[in-house]
Design a protein around this ligand. Sequence first.
Ligand SMILES: [Zn+2]
Length: 138
Amino acid sequence: MKLCLCGTSMHIALRTVIFQKVVVIENVPVCSCETCDIQEVLPAIKAEVTDLIRSFGSEPERRTIYFDQTSELAHLLILACDKQQQGRPVQDIVRERVNELLDMMLLARSLNDAEWRKDLERRLRQISQYGNLSSLVS
Ligand SMILES: [Zn+2]
């Protein structure tokens, strides 16, 4: 659990971020402190959000992007926050997702789909990087 500079533990939530009034990015994980009334993008995904925004260029088209489709961490946070999953250990949810990704990897390999495989590898890397997801959502 991330602590704010004031010492209060921060809450994690999924928010909609609007970029230059035209690009809507849904499901961006942010942490917030009620005491200071501040919100910031989750440090673990800051680089990903920056890359995404950079990819829009200087004159972005009007569109909506679901951040959880590019970010595995956001995807896992949505799974972990899902009401139907409540009460289940986060580790179980993560393990199931890893198994699902490994199954897809087998499929991607047998289909010789290099792009899909690369995307799956990136997602698995993200999970191992932020394996301690339970500390984020508890
Ligand atoms: Zn604070």
